[in-house]
Structure formats: C-alpha cells, structure tokens
Design a protein around this ligand. Sequence first.
Ligand SMILES: NC(=O)c1ccc[n+]([C@@H]2O[C@H](COP(=O)([O-])OP(=O)(O)OC[C@H]3O[C@@H](n4cnc5c(N)ncnc54)[C@H](O)[C@@H]3O)[C@@H](O)[C@H]2O)c1
Length: 391
Amino acid sequence: MFRIQTLNKISPLGLELFPREKYEVASDLPNPDAILVRSADLHNVEIPDSVKAIARAGAGYNNIPVSACSSRGVVVFNTPGGNANAVKELVLTALLLSSRNILGGINWGNTIADKADEVPDLVEKGKSKFEGPELRGKTLGVIGLGAIGVMVANDAIALGMNVIGYDPYISVEAAWNLSRQVLRADTLEGLLTKADYVTLHTPLSDTTKGLLNAEKFRLMKKGARIINLARGGLVNEADIIAALGSGHLSSYVTDFPSAELLACPRAICIPHLGASTPEAEDNCAVMAVQQLRDFLEAGAIKNSVNFPRCRLDQRAPHRLLVANRNIPNMVGQITTILAEQNINIMDLINHHRDDYAYNIIDTEQRISDIILERLKTVEGIIRVRTIEQGV
Ligand SMILES: NC(=O)c1ccc[n+]([C@@H]2O[C@H](COP(=O)([O-])OP(=O)(O)OC[C@H]3O[C@@H](n4cnc5c(N)ncnc54)[C@H](O)[C@@H]3O)[C@@H](O)[C@H]2O)c1
C-alpha cells in the first residue's frame, strides 16, 4: 500500500486515478511515500524520510525546496504542458484582441447604453472607428516552440496565417508535433523583420530577460503587434511603452499588467488568466498522479525537475532503484556489491542530470534487506529501494 499526502485541494479527476486497493490518499497521514501539492509552501515544512517523491500539479515549483530534496534523493515532479491548451486558447484570443479593435468597440458601446432607440443607428455610424485587420494571410512569429508555442503555431496555420518559428533548443518531441508548414527562422532577428504579429513562449531566465527591447523593436515592421502571455520580464517594459507611444508598434497584449502598462492606451492587459481554466487544473492533477504512480510502482521518472528522465520496461521479477550523486565509479560499486551476493543483473539503465544520477536495475534474484543496507553505506548513494513485479 502506498500512502499519498495531499497538501492542497487536488482535482478529483486526478485523485480517482489512485486505485483504492493500492493507495491511501489523505491530507493528514503519517509517513507518506509521496506528497501531492499545488501551491502550499514546503520551504519550512519538515519532509519525513518516508517521502520518496513530491509532485506539483502545475508548472512552476518554487514552493518546493528542490535542492534539499535532491540531496535526500527525493524526486520532484511538475506537470509541464498541463496548462498548454488553456494558454494557447488565450493566445488566439489575444491575437484577435490585438488586431480587431474589439475592446475599444465594446467600451464605446457601453457609453451609448442610455441612448434608447438611437442605439442601432449610433452603432452603424460609430463602428468605423473600430476597424482592424484580419489574421488570415498575415505572418506570425512564434518565439519558443515548446508545449504552448507548438500549439499556437499549428493553430495559427489553421487560421490561414503564415507562421515562422524560432527556437534554437527545440526538443525532438516538439519538432515532431510542429506542422511542416511552420517555417524556421535561424535567428531571432530574421523572425522579427518578417512578422506582423509576434508571440513569446520561452521561459524567463537570465538569457531571455528583456529578449524584446528597443533595439529589437526597431527591426520590426511598423504597426506590428506583440503578444506576451509567457512572462512580463521577457519584454523591456519602458521600451515597449515608448514603441507603442511612437506608433511604431500597434498593440501589446500581455498577461502581466503593471501600473505603467495599464495606463498605456495601446497595451491590452489581461490579469494573468493564461492557465485559469478548470480543464488546466484537471490536466495538471491527472499528469501529477500518473507520474507519481509510474515512479512509485515502476521507478520510472518523467517530468522531474531534479532527477533525469529514466524508464525501463520490466522483464525481470525484481527491480532495484538507486539514486546517487553523479560521481565516478558508482555503477561499478553497485554492480560489484550485487555480484558479490550472486545477484544476476538482467537489465540496467543509468542516467544522470547535473549533480545526480538514477539507476533502474532489474535482477533475477530478490534483493535482500542486507544488500540494501550494504548499498546505503556506499559514499555517494543517497537512496535505494526495491520493487517486486506486480506491486
Ligand atoms: N500566462 C500564464 O498563465 C502561463 C501559463 C503557463 C506557462 N506560461 C509561460 O509560458 C512559457 C512557455 O511554456 P511552455 O509550457 O510552452 O514551456 P516549454 O518548456 O514547453 O517551452 C519553452 C520553449 O522555449 C524554448 N526556448 C528557451 N530559450 C529560448 C530562446 N532564447 N529563444 C527561443 N526559444 C527558447 C525552449 O527550447 C522550449 O522549447 C513558460 O515558461 C511560462 O513562463 C505562462
């Protein structure tokens, strides 16, 4: 029986994926095997030694003390892409909001609400002020082709746009999912000079902070529009307010308002609604539960933020899992201890990520508690456990 402690309200669609005969799930439970969390801050919480994994139903994970978890061999999972469709739909909305003067028109409409029977005539006379171009046939530049960027690029193709993508680190999985009609830009500058609309989908880091700034805006077509539902810091705020003020850029739609942007007539501010859908919450809970189950029942790691991706189809009856520091001769020492005990290894996989490594070792014979204790004494090994087939 595995014990899962939930530290926030988690979508029932996720929780019902824990089979009752194998899992005990509760908000208060001693010695849990894993913790399932959304926003609860774990930085000052004592995490019991029984905890092997922490799964965050969401993308960010700064509420989890990742480095302390790593040094204790606790695998931390998040759910990247779980909210991708929610964000993509808001990006499509943002493209239309940036182009057709929908908000201006609606706001003006509200000002004539008291005009009784004159309203229909006033609408027909006033509407010309709110004209805006169609998306079809225009060029969209997508910066960052991960979970969200790929979906945006593919749907923009379906809307009849020409799409150029820029992502020097695109993953194989994203490349497989991307429509072949999306053209590749070799440089950010190449994308910016061609695009009528630019949408950002990269993480915020030291290298992407201020990725779009005055120098980049100068390369862009006059009247171009920018959508930023990724992170406010990707765009230099003073520079974009200046480019909007001069009329060089027509519109900036962002999910990250500030007082200055709210006061800027050509900026459209959304109050961080990118992932605010019930479906995104369900998707993240389902992903978090599936990842925890795969890890607890089979030792597989997918979407961890501190340990490497690792999976091995189990064809032998016994499985040993070892987390260790990424230093020389670890596999050698582990296999030597197994050989000394006449344990025959049927299959083995070892992956590393930064300072840590993880091994899945399938064996013909059962690994005894004595062997586990012996492994724990090896300098550099931080956690060991076994799984019997069919657990
Ligand atoms: N508004 C919201 O509520 C909301 C919700 C979810 C995500 N986000 C933001 O959206 C971003 C993208 O999310 P995702 O799920 O698609 O992430 P992802 O990790 O799947 O994709 C990010 C992509 O950016 C690429 N990239 C990194 N640096 C780059 C650079 N310098 N130039 C071009 N590409 C670069 C990476 O290679 C990767 O393919 C997140 O980092 C997050 O900040 C916002």
